[in-house]
Design a protein. Structure first.
Length: 501
């Protein structure tokens, strides 16, 4: 009888704990560290799937992830904004940390998306040193705000903004010996958090990046694997350019209120190549595409370490997929801009997707014509302000990435109708010489996130993040043609798409 009463008491207490679960506090994190039970890891890489990675960390009911109601997010972004995109991962800066309990254990994942996809391996292949949020158990933060995900409450969290950061963002041109030295010293001075990323996620495989900047064959430093998820990309233009293209193409929806994908203007692959290839013929003004236009051409691209840029290079320029003479083209860089600024060709290079949004939106506010590439994870309809919402997706070779699926921006890709889609990879470092051995948590966390993303339970299929697709080889129970691709490139984004369904 006594044992029965004890068991009932424990059950009631456990039930109460779960019923009244609360976001993990900084005090809990520090207490777990002192007790030696704190699980911590640091990942880096692509900015495009930031919300996807966060939701994979949470688990969304996949059986591996955070205990319900325990999510806390820390970011070094200034403590402004109270709702919506202002507190959503993917719109809260490049330096974050996520905390929760996982099977009752306090756990923290530091996440850095500064510098682009290649930074998922560059800390190991070429020694790039990154900044991160300070150890969150004792970090000073400015503001506490709620993040409420109405479509999937599992993801809701308390968000602390304005938290301390150790180190500095990389220069826009990429890591330098000075930035490496400075960031290494800053991270070393904060020894209670991880000292080295364990790996991360990239829009594309390392082979699509030059070995000179950390790409190529990375097998000596760890294991790169298909993440069994994919990302839809699109060509975006400033709103004045969108309307001008509509008028030039005699489309019916030329007005100032709607942007229906059915009436979106079109950019052909050949036209975009003529803009973004070194020596391209369309780099003076928009007149070849918009007859009579004398407006300057603004191209907002990403830096060389960006997976978005590598995706654009591979899809449009066939670089480095076909390296034979005249088989591929090099992309233009900021140095290819023609002067004076205000006329001719401007090439802007941004270290993050946010930089590209801002440049194109700034052009929109000024009435200028700007163009670039972004992942369709980004949705102008939910941006926080006009400073980042002045972009619109256009058709590529006659197909719009949002056609028939504005909410999720993936059905055209999953059905095989829209080709600008890349298969994501992950990387987990090995215990190579000169680095500390991985902890058990570091060894499994990237795989746990991947599993939660690539094979969610049926109840979560409709809740996949916008622009995310599932690989048919991942074994997902979700619907082929809705969330699951009808085919795959088998982990090689230079390969032709093969139907499996």
């Amino acid at each position: 009888m006594k044992l029965t009463k004890i068991a009932l008491t424990i059950a009631v207490l456990l039930g109460s704990t779960q019923a009244f679960a609360a976001p993990v506090t900084q005090g809990q994190i520090e207490a777990a560290r002192v007790a030696g039970t704190l699980q911590q890891a640091w990942i880096s890489g692509a900015s495009a799937p930031t919300i996807n990675v966060y939701e994979g960390w949470v688990g969304s009911g996949a059986g591996v992830g955070c205990d319900a109601g325990t999510n806390t997010i820390f970011t070094s972004q200034a403590g402004t904004g109270t709702t919506g995109p202002n507190v959503k991962p993917g719109s809260i800066g490049n330096f974050m940390a996520y905390a929760c309990t996982r099977a009752g254990k306090v756990s923290v994942l530091y996440h850095v998306v500064d510098g682009g996809s290649l930074l998922y391996v560059a800390p190991h292949t070429v020694g790039t040193k990154l900044a991160r949020v300070k150890y969150v158990g004792t970090s000073t933060c400015a503001t506490s705000l709620p993040y409420v995900d109405a479509s999937n409450p599992d993801n809701s969290a308390t968000v602390f903004k304005g938290c301390q950061q150790v180190g500095a963002a990389l220069p826009s041109t990429g890591a330098t010996p000075a930035s490496n030295s400075s960031n290494a010293a800053a991270v070393a001075a904060d020894p209670l958090a991880p000292q080295l990323p364990v790996g991360g996620f990239s829009d594309v495989e390392a082979a699509l990046f030059p070995a000179t900047i950390g790409g190529g064959n990375v097998s000596s430093k760890g294991v790169e694997s298909p993440a069994n998820i994919g990302q839809v990309f699109g060509v975006v233009v400033s709103t004045p350019l969108y309307r001008a293209l509509q008028a030039a193409q005699s489309l019916a929806d030329v007005n100032a209120t709607t942007f229906d994908p059915a009436f979106a203007p079109n950019i052909t692959s050949q036209q975009y190549v003529s803009i973004v290839a070194t020596g391209g013929a369309y780099q003076t003004d928009w007149s070849p595409i918009i007859p009579g236009s004398t407006k300057r051409m603004i191209l907002a691209r990403r830096v060389d370490t960006s997976g978005t840029q590598a995706s654009s290079n591979a899809f449009f320029l066939k670089k480095p997929c076909t390296d034979a003479v005249n088989a591929s083209f090099n992309p233009v860089k900021a140095s290819d801009s023609t002067l004076p600024i205000g006329s001719g060709f401007e090439v802007f290079e941004g270290s993050s997707t946010g930089n590209v949004k801002t440049r194109i939106s700034t052009a929109a506010i000024a009435g200028d014509f700007a163009i670039g590439v972004m992942s369709t994870e980004n949705d102008w309809r939910t941006e926080a302000s006009s400073a980042t919402s002045g972009y619109r997706y256009v058709k590529v070779d006659g197909v719009h990435p949002e056609a028939g699926d504005v909410a999720n921006a993936r059905v055209q890709a999953t059905n095989g109708n829209y080709p600008f889609h890349m298969e994501t990879v992950n990387f987990v470092r090995s215990n190579y010489a000169g680095v500390p051995a991985k902890t058990p948590f570091e060894s499994v966390v990237v795989g746990q996130i991947t599993a939660a993303l690539s094979s969610p339970p049926a109840t979560s299929c409709a809740l996949l993040p916008r622009g995310l697709t599932l690989n048919p080889l991942g074994g997902s129970v979700c619907t082929v043609g809705a969330q699951v691709m009808k085919g795959t490139v088998l982990g090689n984004n230079c390969s032709p798409y093969q139907l499996t369904q």
